[in-house]
Design a binder for this molecule. Structure first.
Ligand code: NDP
Length: 452
């Protein structure tokens, strides 16, 4: 008979579903990790006895609060805000804030759980958290966004702090929103501390933070390819999204000699067979952020390109794929299509963009597949560097930070290779590698603390 505390994988998943009803994204994220972890800890008694995975999969706390604000027509609007503090075993909680109508407690719990592993993988001392609100910044005026951000921070400020929990941006939260939230935090507390990252350069932000997630996802791709004597140069790439991560992934692909064929948003994708050049990427950045426009306008602006309404780009033949928009945007069928069309590597700029069926397709096909928690960790890594610069009240130079980002991505790749390899084969299971390497660091810290 198994000793007390020993639950097998199916018992664990059953309990997980029972304890988290109506939270499919969270269950999906934990399930994906649990499969690898149970295999890894099979012969490691302490992790079972001290219930480590069960404890990581139960957030330290979930704070939910009302966010009330007034729109430009003087209507009173009520939204719900959250902060999920998942685990701070290896450092202060750290993870972005998302403003999007699809935000729910389940989505934020999944993101905070993933963030715990991702942050551990960077090698920096950061725990995992995530927050957000079911607020849609689209179509809102600047003053409406400001009032919302101020109201959101008026509650959030009690739960965060430079050594407690350090939020950053995510979908719908960019430089503008971070500025409004930091301003309100400073006003309420009368403290100028590094309580948020992704700040403007004038008030404590770090160079290359904006670029870091997208650039890092391409560096990770380059690391996977170069291990096999290959490279990004001369390859075609399909990218989804047209926000922060997607445009910077596209930029780094172009810098390394790749040809980017697509970008997308929630209304469809554009296909540019001539390749999306730096000049075109600059246009997309300005169009999506300054003008808050739609990607469909790209096809009107650049001849030879086409817009495909309501569709995703995975049917366009390519060598490399970078999903950089949102979760579950790449299904099993779409993964099959990519593989059939000759795609050799996938690097996830977004969090959990591939659903469980898609993950199995990539694993079975044996292509290079980097999960978001490894591939998109560049953003939080530079956020970690922003925290260090804020604590020391210094600013590092761009060249130093570029090198640090490259080194950190290489380090994450090495950790994935260390734990993702199998004796007798050259193939690396990057999902397994990332899950185990991230888990081990957090788990060992938790073992040191005892039952807390
Ligand atoms: P942005 O808000 O800058 O861009 C998001 C992009 O994704 C937009 O093109 C948006 O289209 C599209 N999108 C959003 N929701 C959907 C949807 N439901 N269906 C289709 N397309 C959608 O966000 P980021 O670029 O910052 O984030 C993208 C992904 O990367 C997210 O998964 C995020 O969690 C992850 N990530 C981001 C990091 C960062 O540093 N910013 C760090 C690590 C991960 P539209 O304009 O139509 O809304």
């Amino acid at each position: 008979m198994a000793p007390p505390g020993h639950v097998d994988l199916s018992g664990f998943l059953e309990g997980l579903k029972r304890r988290n009803p109506g939270q499919p994204e969270f269950v999906q994220a934990v399930q994906e990790v649990a499969e690898d972890i149970f295999d890894f800890i099979a012969d490691k008694e302490a992790y079972h006895r001290w219930q480590i995975l069960r404890r990581i999969a139960e957030p330290d706390r979930v704070v939910s609060f009302r966010v009330v604000w007034q729109d430009d027509k003087n209507n009173i609007r009520v939204q719900r805000g959250w902060r999920v503090q998942n685990n701070n075993a290896i450092g202060p909680y750290k993870g972005g804030i998302r403003f999007h109508p699809t935000v729910t407690e389940s989505v934020l719990k999944f993101l905070a759980f993933e963030q715990t592993f991702k942050n551990a993988l960077t090698g920096l001392p950061m725990g995992g958290g995530k927050g957000g609100a079911n607020f849609n910044p689209k179509g809102k005026s600047d003053s409406e966004v400001m009032r919302f951000c101020q109201s959101f921070m008026t509650e959030l400020y009690r739960h965060i702090g430079a050594d407690v929990d350090v939020p950053a941006g995510d979908i719908g939260v960019g430089a503008r929103e971070i500025g409004y939230m930091f301003g309100q935090y400073k006003r309420i507390t009368n403290e100028f501390t590094g309580v948020l990252t992704g700040k403007g350069l004038e008030y404590g932000g770090s160079l290359i933070r904006t670029e870091a997630t997208g650039y890092g996802a391409v560096y990770f791709l380059e690391n996977m390819l170069s291990r096999l004597g290959n490279s990004v140069e001369g390859k075609t790439a399909v990218i989804s999204g047209s926000g922060n991560v997607a445009t910077h992934a596209a930029e780094k692909m172009v810098q390394l000699g790749g040809k980017v064929l697509t970008l997308s948003d929630s209304e469809g994708f554009i296909h540019d067979p001539d390749g999306i050049t730096q000049e075109k990427i600059d246009w997309v950045k300005a169009h999506k952020t300054k003008r808050r426009g739609r990607i469909s306008d790209y096809a009107k602006e650049f001849t030879g390109s086409t817009f495909h309404a309501g569709q995703r780009p995975w049917g366009v033949p390519c060598d490399l794929a970078l999903p950089c928009a949102t979760e579950n945007e790449l299904t099993g069928q779409e993964a099959e299509l990519l593989v059939k069309n000759g795609c050799i590597a996938v690097s996830e700029g977004a969090n959990m963009p591939t659903d469980l069926d898609g993950v199995h397709v990539f694993k079975e096909a044996g292509i290079l597949y980097a999960p978001g928690k490894a591939a998109n960790a560049g953003g939080v890594a530079v956020s970690g560097l922003e925290m260090s610069q804020n604590s020391a009240r210094i600013s590092w130079k761009e060249a130093e930070l570029q090198q640090l980002l490259k080194d950190i991505m290489q380090g994450i790749h090495e950790r994935c290779v260390e734990y993702g390899g199998r004796a007798g084969t050259d193939h690396i299971n990057y999902v397994r590698g990332a899950n185990i390497a991230g888990f081990k660091k957090v788990a060992d810290a938790m073992l040191a603390y005892g039952v807390v």
